[in-house]
Design a protein around this ligand. Structure first.
Ligand code: NAI
Length: 489
């Protein structure tokens, strides 16, 4: 029988990207690690988020490619979809990654405990197993990484039938014929793009005046225009009010649109007139209005860990909570809810435990990738945010329409937009933001991300050669144009 240490160097609650990254990085530094997970290691990202979503989006991409094959002289016959096969492939990809992760944890001698962890006083963690037995673990350090769950809105409680969360969608074996997507952020737009490409009639209902409001306005416009061209109905500025099932297979969603603009010269009325009431009847309603931290029951009152009103665990820049020796990482803290941000936070936490110097995560400059068609990728300030922050900016856009590889691939929609600080005499100062929309931009952001975080000057970046013909030439062209002279763009 293997005797487990009574006390581990690190006890981690939650085996998603932030938790398992803490375990792997900590173990690589020689720390003894206990990882507590109530479901499967890999968390939302692997089982109910990034990985399954991108698999479905890849199916959409493949479908588009096959449908456009005749353009390349390739005859395919009628293109059809068996979505359950895509779901099966998705499961295989997940299983393979899950197996790989379990093997990695085992090789690093991370001890995993199956159950729900809860932090008490003095960095002790009670683990309640599936059979109700409680195991107590003590850690020199404890890391909270219990993640987040989809948020719902009044009148739209998840029922797994009509009102669906991202978890439900990613478990689909069959696509609905019609769907309303409430919330046009990253998740809503990715799902809308995927469903529409695979034949679902999609309507997006977004409360704010535009889709993808965290993105640069001109980038979001490219996606919105593409959506409209592909038959997705985009309703912005709406308030959804409720839904009522109809005939067992569909439900009617009610919402109000902003009032139609008054004809010019009409005196304004106060209060503003009510919006137009509208309805839409669909087979599925996907609610994608954000995710909330999963912090209920996670810590006892005497743990010393403070939780904000919104449920986030409060941390400083080293990811340490208000309780010394207790850290929190990932979606549980109020930082961008991205797996790669969780990885970075895990490294910061472990280095802090080891007493090493750390570079805190610069949240304003993390990479963002949205896998809609067309894809979006960016890092740093948008033009509007830079102006609002008081910068004098200079921008340049190079469109993929003039890029030879984009023409060869057959995807010329989109651009690379650089936002730089205005330098002396109209020259460009340091790069503040790089914003991309178009073919494979999620794979091209690396250079943009480095430019922003190195605070490079466009002239410095432009001196690096981009291979020809590649999509990445548009990035190089945009930087070159900001030096005052350009080749093609
Ligand atoms: P989000 O915060 O990105 O977008 C939610 C959208 O819903 C916003 O546009 C908001 O205005 C809208 N909304 C809120 N309440 C509404 C209402 N009552 N009616 C209509 N619209 C409403 O959240 P989302 O898309 O659910 O994603 C959650 C998190 O997951 C994000 O923070 C994102 O960081 C992460 N994520 C990132 C992805 C990526 O980078 N590729 C993909 C998926 C998720």
């Amino acid at each position: 029988m293997i005797r487990l240490p009574d006390r581990f160097d690190v006890v981690i609650i939650g085996g998603g990207p932030a938790g398992y990254a803490t375990a792997l990085y900590g173990a690589a530094a020689g720390l003894s690690i206990a990882l507590v997970e109530k479901d499967k290691v890999g968390g939302t990202c692997l089982h109910r988020g990034c990985i399954p979503a991108k698999e479905f989006l890849e199916t959409a991409s493949m479908y588009r490619a096959v449908a456009s094959a005749p353009e390349f002289g390739i005859s395919t016959g009628p293109v059809s979809l068996t979505f359950s096969r895509s779901a099966e492939r998705k499961r295989r990809v997940i299983d393979q990654l899950h197996g790989g992760l379990q093997g990695l944890l085992k090789r690093r001698k991370v001890v995993t405990f199956s159950g729900t962890g809860s932090l008490g006083a003095d960095r002790t963690v009670a683990v309640t197993g599936p059979d109700g037995t409680v195991t107590r673990l003590a850690g020199r350090w404890v890391v909270l990484a219990s993640g987040s769950v989809p948020r719902s809105i009044p009148g739209f409680d998840f029922d797994g039938r009509f009102i669906l969360s991202s978890d439900d969608v990613l478990g689909w074996e069959k696509l609905p014929a019609s769907a309303a997507v409430i919330g046009g952020g990253a998740i809503g737009c990715e799902f809308a793009s995927m469903m529409s490409d695979l034949g679902t009639q999609v309507t997006i209902l977004e409360a704010l005046p535009a889709l993808l409001t965290g993105c640069d306005r001109e980038v979001a416009d490219v996606v919105t225009r593409s959506f409209s061209k592909r038959g997705i109905t985009v309703a912005t500025g709406v308030t959804v009010t409720g839904h009522s099932p109809k005939g067992g297979v569909r439900t009617t969603v009610s919402f109000t649109s902003p009032p139609s603009p008054a004809p010019p010269g009409t005196p304004s009325v106060s209060p503003a007139p009510p919006g137009d009431s509208e309805e839409i009847t669909v087979e599925a309603v996907v609610v994608s209005v954000g995710r909330r931290p999963l912090s209920e029951g996670l810590v006892s009152a005497d743990s010393g860990v403070e939780i904000s009103e919104k449920g986030y665990v409060k941390v400083g820049e080293t990811m340490e909570t208000t309780a010394p020796g207790v850290f929190a990482v990932g979606d549980l803290v109020d930082t961008p809810q991205l797996a790669h941000v969780g990885f970075a936070e895990a490294i910061v936490a472990v280095k802090t435990m080891l007493g090493e110097s750390v570079v805190p995560v610069d949240y304003g400059r993390v990479p963002w990738c949205i896998y809609t068609h067309p894809e979006v990728a960016f890092a740093g300030l948008t033009e509007d945010a830079a102006v609002a922050a008081g910068y004098k900016v200079i921008t340049h856009k190079t469109r993929f329409a003039g890029n030879s590889r984009a023409m060869i691939v057959g995807e010329t929609d989109g651009m690379v937009k650089i936002v730089a600080e205005a330098g002396q005499g109209g020259s460009a100062g340091r790069v503040l933001g790089v914003h991309m929309v178009g073919p494979w931009v999620t794979e091209q952001l690396g250079a943009g991300y480095l430019s922003v975080n190195w605070e490079a000057l466009p002239a410095e970046v432009a001196a690096f050669i981009q291979p020809h013909p590649t999509l990445s030439e548009s990035f190089g062209e945009a930087m070159l144009a900001l030096t005052g002279r350009s080749l093609h763009g």
